[in-house]
Design a protein around this ligand. Structure first.
Ligand SMILES: *[C@@H]1O[C@H](CO)[C@@H](O)[C@H](O)[C@H]1NC(C)=O
Ligand SMILES: *[C@@H]1O[C@H](CO)[C@@H](O)[C@H](O)[C@H]1NC(C)=O
Length: 273
């Protein structure tokens, strides 16, 4: 059943023509000073996900990225705008996946990575981002940054889905096929109303292989811009505070779904002591 659902979610979605030319899809290449809290999550030497430095000794990412991955296979790169070179590569000593994380739900898609050594804070290169205390309002302007896919043609999206699932099955040897962005990309998006999001994320009308759009999630829409595969864990920032961590990118055809950090404050506080 699990695999059937995964395969169903691989079927291509129609991407409206006006969105095809655009690309992080429709983002711009940025230097690290635009997002010095950005971290690249390296799994078995492959930079497969994004994260955010929320404390000198903790990086926050999505549960999807690290579930069923041995702690010894995880590293975090900070201080570089390239996903696979530069900055410093730090070992991970502890992984705390949200206790209610579930592969078939959008909510609670969070994991805290405890670093073996603290990051060295360097202005404009490595910085800690404060967590939002309140859920941003609908239509608030937000910024997402990541190293994920940058093209949104239907076929490349189909391939990326297959690829993303192979990654989910932890078949890392396929990493040589990745064509994610080497340089950090950023896109301007808007917070999407929760009910609208619940309607827009469904794949075949009422049929939804993944459930759980709620107050514990945040959705964004960027018109022709948005997050895509391998942006998972990407930080969403409103007015200088971290409001969300990407669970699922919609590749500019569907809303992007994030964990709503304001609703996870107590879990975050408890686990970053
Ligand atoms: C590492 O960072 C944490 C959180 O900021 C701090 O409490 C701790 O003292 C730091 N440890 C060292 C060795 O600097
Ligand atoms: C943005 O943050 C600043 C301080 O960091 C605050 O004064 C201001 O009210 C915030 N604006 C919004 C719209 O939340």
């Amino acid at each position: 059943m699990r695999h059937l659902l995964l395969l169903l979610s691989v079927l291509p979605q129609t991407v409206p023509a006006r969105q095809i030319a655009h690309r992080i899809i429709a983002g711009t290449t940025v230097e690290l000073q635009a997002a010095p809290w950005q971290a690249s999550i390296v799994i078995q030497n492959a930079p497969l996900c994004c994260g955010a430095v929320i404390q000198e000794n903790f990086v926050l990412t999505s549960g999807w990225c690290v579930h069923r991955v041995a702690t010894s296979q995880l590293k975090v790169r900070v201080g570089s705008s390239s996903r696979s070179t530069g900055g410093s590569l730090i070992n991970v000593c502890g992984v705390h996946i949200h206790p209610h994380y579930n592969l078939f739900r959008y909510d609670n898609d969070l994991a805290l990575l405890q670093l073996c050594e603290n990051v060295t804070v360097v202005e404009n290169k490595v910085q800690v981002i404060p967590l939002a205390t309140e859920t941003p309002s609908d239509s608030a302007e937000a910024i997402v940054s990541g190293w994920g896919y940058t093209s949104s043609s239907s076929w490349s999206i189909l391939w990326r889905r297959v690829h993303s699932i192979l990654t989910l099955l932890r078949l890392y040897w396929i990493d040589w096929l990745t064509t994610g962005s080497q340089q950090l990309q950023q896109a301007q998006v808007k917070i999407l109303n929760e009910q609208q999001c619940a309607r827009d994320v469904s794949i075949f009308g009422q049929f939804q292989p993944i459930q759980g759009i709620s107050g514990r999630t945040l959705c964004t829409t960027g018109g022709t811009a948005g997050a895509c595969y391998f942006d998972q864990g990407a930080p969403l920032v409103v007015n200088g505070s971290l409001v969300g961590i990407l669970g699922k990118g919609g590749c500019a055809g569907k809303p992007d779904v994030y964990a709503n950090l304001a609703e996870h404050r107590s879990w975050l506080q408890e686990n970053t002591k």
